[in-house]
Design a protein around this ligand. Sequence first.
Ligand SMILES: [Zn+2]
Length: 178
Amino acid sequence: MAKKKIKKSKETSVKKNEYVETTRKTKQTHIIPCTDCNTEIEVDLSVASILCGNCTMVKMIKLYGLPKGCAPKKKSDTVKPPGWHFYKEFVDKNGNVYHKGVEQPELFGTLKSTVIKTKKKTKTLSAREKEEISREIFAEIQENKKALHKLVKSGKTRGKKGLINKIQKLTKKVKKYL
Ligand SMILES: [Zn+2]
């Protein structure tokens, strides 16, 4: 039994060697350049031309674009105001028409782009700034009151109305800063 076993293993080992030799024979290679970038690649003799891995990837991306999640987000060149998709009708700078955020391709380019109103930022004043402004206005009111007093004393009526109006306007204005 033992002898037979040895014989068998010898036979298989010979077979293995034969197999290696045959594969070596069929795997004859040659070096050819990539058709796009000329990088030299070792290929099977049966291969006449090759596109290297890098060039294949570039070609695929050119054909199909970057895979999802890889592509950088397109920055829209048209500025849309916040809440534009709630607008009954919104036309962007390129002429795309949207009705409540839904594009209306049949209306493309038929309407003027929506004018985006930007709210002016009102500068918030500090308490000190408010006090200074109100003080200035109070001083102006005082001057006008003096002028009015003089006018009344002198018995003139010309310009009286104007002064009263001015004082009223200034008192209204000063209330904003109190
Ligand atoms: Zn290449």
